[in-house]
Design a protein around this ligand. Structure first.
Ligand code: ZN
Length: 276
């Protein structure tokens, strides 16, 4: 069975956890650009991926979250290194990670939709060339930017494509106020293989989002919450939801209907092991 078929059959798939929360274990690299570590210190990135593979993650997200032609002239080189790092670490499936471009899109900002599309297209083409197994468009806070990324992914690959948004506390997208129904409408009309939520807050506050998705769509659902809301201690984010509590909430999220489950910021291989 292809990954696309496995996702469509809504088989249980274990995702990975936070990358940044693991890089903290390597203080000598804190403050360095995590995307460039793919090239300068591949052994660190591989070690983090491997810790998740060992914990039971089946879908590993390559370290390409903010890699695009606007931010990095050598984006192609970084993407190639990142995908290679995940493969070498033994990832069963490697995801090309696509985050927001990093500039607000028109009408909130200056970024034109067609320019965003061109950036996303360049990233997708490179990811496909390097052998990614799926595409995860994540932490989206503007459904219109998500739409450009999804179009670029569908027009330039036959890989499974998942779209995942970061919601605010009221269940709306931070920049546009978009709701789960807006996200689902775009996901369905452009042929996304799954729809999801990630980051922003802990699994407790993600429950209503997953419930909303479940009533709105038959698409498979992806859930990757943070380990709680971060509290700033000594200038660093500290996450407050422990492994056991996280696991109990993820059980509920699965019961509601999410089939692809993992963690975002603040989660570690221990969280993934517990979910598994
Ligand atoms: Zn996150």
């Amino acid at each position: 069975m292809t990954l696309k078929e496995i996702i469509a059959k809504k088989e249980r798939l274990i995702l990975d956890g936070g990358m940044g929360s693991q890089l903290i274990n390597y203080p000598e690299y804190s403050g360095k650009d995590p995307s460039l570590l793919n090239i300068t210190h591949p052994e660190i990135i591989r070690a983090v991926h491997k810790s998740y593979v060992d914990a039971g993650s089946q879908l590993i997200i390559a370290n390409t979250f903010d890699v695009n032609p606007k931010r990095y002239e050598n984006y192609a080189e970084i993407i190639a290194a990142a995908i290679e790092n995940a493969k070498v670490a033994g990832a069963p499936y490697v995801g090309l990670d696509i985050g927001p471009i990093g500039e607000l899109m028109y009408p909130m900002g200056q970024l034109k939709p067609e320019t965003a599309y061109e950036y996303f297209e360049a990233v997708v083409k490179e990811g496909v060339k390097c052998g990614a197994d799926f595409i995860i468009i994540e932490t989206m806070i503007d459904q219109n930017e998500m739409k450009e990324a999804l179009s670029a992914a569908k027009n330039n690959s036959s890989l499974p494509v998942i779209v995942s948004c970061a919601y605010g506390k009221r269940g709306r997208l931070m920049t546009t106020g978009g709701k789960p129904e807006d996200v689902v409408a775009i996901a369905e009309s452009l042929g996304a293989d799954a729809v999801g939520a990630n980051c922003s807050f802990g699994p407790d506050l993600m429950i209503p989002i997953i419930e909303a998705y479940k009533t709105l769509t038959d698409l498979p659902i992806w859930a990757k919450p943070n380990a709680g809301l971060p509290q700033v201690v000594d200038g660093k984010p500290v996450y407050t939801t422990g492994v056991e509590e996280f696991k109990e909430y993820m059980k509920q999220i699965e019961k509601i209907g999410a089939t692809m489950i993992g963690g975002c910021c603040g989660t570690t291989p221990k969280y993934i092991e517990a979910i598994k």
